[in-house]
Write a protein of this length. Structure first.
Length: 354
């Protein structure tokens, strides 16, 4: 008689293994889709735990407030002081789409003077553009980018950054590609000029200048300014109102993959302005600063960029592509096993009786 149970057993074995392969393939295809459309968008957003400290060195020339009060004309303006700046950028809160980021810095002079600057922005975690702040958060109004380019910045002039001192949008100009600390970078420049409008900065500067102090400053002023002030000094009030003009320029080397600045060079100047005989007059700079990222900061930024870029490559390319290939392969093998030709199955045998 025929050994029917053996044939049935083999058919069931092929059918079961085929089902297992198809199921495993389907699971891998699902994992590839989830990674690509759920995980990748999540890991490419601005991190909720972002916390970066950057160091800068440079020089500063500034008005010496102490010398002004004592009419010490010799030391009234301090030139080319060596300075350091520590910048702390961190996220204090974030939801699925918006992050509240703080951009704090402290300028330090050799005599221990510290000039702090604190800014708070609400950003879209994907584009890094301005976003409505969460309820209860007092963020600085702004338009455009602030602390970084987004992922994969464009090598063109389309990016727009916010200049906090003038409260204006700056156009960014692309100047070429290069390599910095082993990372491919895009280089950009930007500048802004206009009335100083940042409230916190204005609060740290004098709003008035006593007329006797201006008279004592005359020998230190440029010739054209001195002659104008001398001619109209008698018409000025005892307390002369001051306004300020801000001029800022940036040079940025941004990582071509992540958009983060690996090196930043910044120059900014605040010039005091008065009105004399009905006309505005630029009096003198009260602060002139030039800083650039330290070598250590550049090296650390490049190291972090390399590590982050590697993770993004694995998550966005390696894992989904590998899962996709394996999933398709297993599903295909499973379908083929279910359709295995009959001739490959064990043929029934006839038993003979002794």
């Amino acid at each position: 008689m025929f050994a029917i149970p053996l044939e049935i057993h083999m058919r069931r074995k092929y059918r079961t293994s085929a089902i297992v392969l198809v199921v495993l393939g389907a699971l891998l295809l699902t994992a590839a889709a989830i990674t690509r459309f759920v995980v990748v968008p999540a890991v490419t957003k601005l991190p909720k735990n972002l916390d970066v400290t950057s160091d800068f060195t440079g020089t500063a020339s500034m008005l010496n407030a102490k010398a002004l009060t004592t009419n010490d004309l010799t030391h009234m303006y301090l030139r080319d002081l060596p300075i350091t700046v520590v910048r702390h950028t961190y996220v204090s809160s974030a939801d699925a789409s918006t992050a509240v980021i703080h951009d704090d810095s402290v300028l330090k002079t050799p005599d221990g003077t510290q000039i702090p600057t604190r800014r708070t922005f609400a950003l879209d975690r994907t584009t890094l553009q301005d976003a409505p702040p969460p309820p209860g958060v007092n963020a600085d109004p702004h338009t455009g980018l602030t602390v970084s380019f987004p992922l994969h910045p464009k090598p063109d002039d389309t990016a727009k950054f916010w200049d906090s001192t003038t409260q204006r949008v700056m156009s960014v100009h692309y100047t070429g590609a290069s390599t910095l600390a082993g990372r491919a970078v895009y280089n950009y420049i930007a500048s802004a000029q206009g009335p100083l409008k940042e409230t916190s900065t204005l609060a740290a500067l004098p709003s008035e200048l006593p007329k006797p102090v201006l008279a004592a400053m005359l020998p230190t002023l440029p010739d054209t300014v001195r002659s104008t002030v001398t001619a109209g000094l008698d018409t000025l009030p005892d307390a002369i109102g001051l306004s300020y003009t801000s001029t800022t320029s940036y040079e940025v080397a941004a990582d071509r993959t992540l958009g983060v600045p690996l090196r930043l060079t910044q120059h900014y100047q605040f010039v005091s302005d008065i009105e004399i005989q009905g006309k505005p007059l630029a009096l003198m700079p009260v602060l002139d600063v030039t800083i650039t990222s330290t070598d250590k900061t550049i090296k650390n930024a490049a190291h972090n960029a390399t590590r982050t870029a590697r993770i993004l490559t694995v998550v966005s390319l390696v894992i989904p592509i590998t899962a996709l290939i394996l999933g398709l392969s297993l599903a295909t093998i499973g379908v083929l096993r279910r359709q295995k030709p009959n001739q490959d199955r064990p043929r029934p045998t006839r038993r003979t009786s002794a």
